[in-house]
Design a protein. Structure first.
Length: 655
């Protein structure tokens, strides 16, 4: 803006000049505006315009303010930042807050040194040589900043006071034991910690949501009506916590002014425990009333105050006949000191249990009774009454007689069971003896096989070779085929030896494992005409030697029983792994049998089953035999594998 010499600001004499902002009456306009208007040159920060409102805000008169650097009104701790911003705008014509349209809220310093809060906007304002904006942007003249400010200290103080008040209220609400809820038109505005804890919600799960969302459906209509009518009396509802569990609540609400709005403040108390106490008392009263025992309450002086239905049944008196009477009406004549003695002990807070005595009914009949007397004390520990439980022991005496009879019967049955156990032990010893006998029988069979087969063929081979040696001295001519018989006998010796070895311990089991050994055995049985199948999922996996041996022997014994006893044309052998256990199953569709009865049959069949069970149980497994006449048989053996954590090669025999 290019003008002649003039006094900036308001009220000074001005000489004619080219038209500029000051010459168009804007200064008079600024003088009427209630907000503080300050114009300053950017680089020098010198104030060139200062309206009356600015004087009211900062305390400087126009003569004091004009020509003063604007940073005089900036707090010391913000001056460096202020200078940098003004310098940047003076050099480049741009700044983050100038002409941004945004209102800033910053601290400022009055003439008296008092710090205030102002709300302001910053706007660029022309140049002194009258250049347009483009000229200004290109550096053609000085740049000015127009600041429009308003003192918001009182408003900030009010806001802070309100915030502090709300903070105190929120603190009080959070410190309360009861839940506190603030709602507006059914929408939740605030919820204190007690309520959030009561229903297990986080604040963001509650604030801004409809209050009915947290109420059980059958109570929502009642709550809605009470909200609309402003009902202020306490009432009970059921809330729903974050996990969907129903919570018994007592609520009471009323209107309240909050942040200038009319809202509803509701105090909420969980009454689950109170209801439990009430229900417990009701249950206790029902138990007392329904008890078959006589439960009688009386004062410390012995005056009857309560009388249940059990007392009416036992003694024959109604409650109307006994209430207000002395407890001595229930004692037979001749025992005046008994009641006084009991009362004296109870006054010393002693509980008397199962005191044996006599009582008398309304009709004069006596009966043997067991009574328990307990003191009733107030919170301070003073005895204010007595509770007695009287039981007619007639039924007990009869029960004791019955118990004695049952004890005799029990002793007889124990004796019978002991005898059976003794018999079972004898059978077990017999079984072990037969198992040993079976082992000896096996040894004898092997000896017979060696003697009658292998030995005889070996002797024949020896005799044949010996005869050949006698008939063919050294140097004699040997005819072709002279040793054929000896060679045939030698081959028979080899075959017989292999047969004996296979019976004792198949080499395929040691060399190739359980699966290979079972496969060879089933193939041999198929060659003999049996329909035998093998299903397995172990592949080439090898098991501990003792497991392979036990399962192989069980399989051979079971297949031997199939051939000898089942009258079936074949069987299925299954070998599988289940977690850390190996299962072997042999199934046939033969004639079947009764497993319990098998122990009363021939020695071989009985010993065979016992031998299988013994082999499996030694390794911590179990053997199950399922069979029914004409429905086939299944033998299932299951043995645990070695413990993978300990690395044991094989399971140990259980203790």
């Amino acid at each position: 803006m290019k003008t002649g010499k003039r006094e900036p600001g308001f009220g000074g004499e001005q000489e004619p000049s080219d038209a500029g902002p000051m010459d168009l009456g804007t200064d008079r306009l600024f003088g009427r505006i209630r907000d503080a208007i300050v114009v300053a040159e950017a680089k020098s920060q010198r104030i060139v315009l200062w309206n009356p409102a600015a004087e009211k805000v900062f305390g400087y008169s126009p003569s004091e303010a004009l020509g003063t650097r604007v940073e005089e009104m900036v707090p010391e701790y913000l001056k460096s930042e202020h200078r940098a911003g003004m310098s940047r705008y003076g050099d480049s014509g741009s700044g983050p807050h100038i002409d941004s349209g945004a209102l800033l809220e910053l601290p400022a310093v009055r003439k008296d040194g008092w710090e205030i809060r102002v709300e302001l906007s910053l706007n660029p304002l022309g140049s002194s040589n009258g250049a347009n904006d483009s000229d200004t942007d290109s550096g053609g003249g000085e740049r000015y900043v127009l600041a429009v400010m308003r003192d918001v200290s009182r408003r900030k103080k009010a806001e802070e006071d309100l915030k502090e008040s709300e903070g105190r209220m929120r603190g009080l609400a959070d410190a309360a034991f009861e839940g506190i809820l603030i709602t507006e038109e059914g929408e939740i505005l605030e919820a204190n910690r007690a309520l959030l804890k009561m229903l297990s919600y986080e604040p963001d799960e509650v604030i801004g949501r409809p209050v009915l969302q947290f109420i059980a459906p059958e109570y929502r209509e009642q709550v809605q009506e009470n909200l609309l009518t402003g009902y202020e009396e306490p009432y009970e509802i059921v809330g729903i916590d974050s996990s969907g569990v129903r919570v018994d609540l007592e609520v009471r609400g009323r209107a309240f002014s909050y942040r200038g709005r009319l809202v509803r403040v509701t105090a909420i108390r969980e009454i689950g425990e109170r209801k439990k106490v009430q229900e417990a008392r009701a249950r206790l009263a029902a138990i007392v009333e329904s008890s078959e025992d006589a439960i009688v309450g009386r004062t410390s002086e012995g005056i009857i105050t309560s009388w249940n239905s059990g007392a009416r049944k036992i003694y024959g008196y109604t409650a109307a006949e006994t209430l207000g009477e002395h407890i001595s009406i229930l004692s037979p004549p001749g025992r005046p000191d008994e009641v006084a003695e009991i009362m004296e002990r109870v006054r010393e807070r002693e509980r008397i249990e199962h005191y044996e005595t006599e009582r008398v009914r309304k009709d004069g009949g006596r009966f043997h009774a067991s009574i328990t007397v307990s003191p009733i004390m107030d919170p301070s520990g003073e005895v204010i009454g007595v509770s007695t439980i009287d039981r007619d022991e007639t039924a007990r005496i009869e029960a004791e007689r019955e118990i004695r009879r049952l004890n005799r019967t029990l002793e007889e049955r124990v004796a019978e069971r002991t005898e059976r156990l003794s018999e079972s032990e004898s059978r077990l010893k017999e079984l072990v003896g037969k198992l040993v006998a079976a082992q000896e029988e096996e040894r004898r069979r092997v000896a017979y096989d060696v003697h009658d087969g292998l030995t005889q063929i070996a002797i024949a081979t020896h005799q044949t070779l010996q005869a050949f040696a006698l008939n063919h001295p050294p140097g004699s001519t040997v005819e072709e085929g002279s040793l054929d018989r000896a060679l045939d006998l030698a081959q028979r010796v080899v075959r017989e030896a292999r047969h004996v070895i296979e019976d004792l311990r198949p080499t395929s089991l040691d060399d190739f494992g359980l699966v290979a050994a079972l496969r060879l055995e089933t193939e041999e049985l198929r060659e003999e005409g049996w329909e035998i199948s093998l299903d397995e999922d172990l592949g080439e996996e090898r098991l501990a030697p003792e497991i392979e041996t036990a399962l192989f022997r069980v399989a051979m014994e079971a297949l031997t029983n199939v051939r000898k006893h089942s009258r079936a044309s074949g069987a299925t052998v299954s070998l599988s792994r289940h977690a850390e256990r190996i299962r072997l199953e042999i199934t046939d569709q033969g004639r079947g049998f009764d497993p319990p009865a098998s122990f009363t049959r021939g020695r071989g069949e009985k010993v065979g089953l016992a031998s299988m069970r013994e082999r499996v149980s030694i390794l911590g497994g179990h053997l199950r035999v399922e069979s029914h006449p004409d429905k086939g048989t299944t033998v299932m053996a299951e043995i645990p594998l070695a413990d993978p954590d300990t690395g044991d090669d094989a399971p140990t025999r259980p203790e």
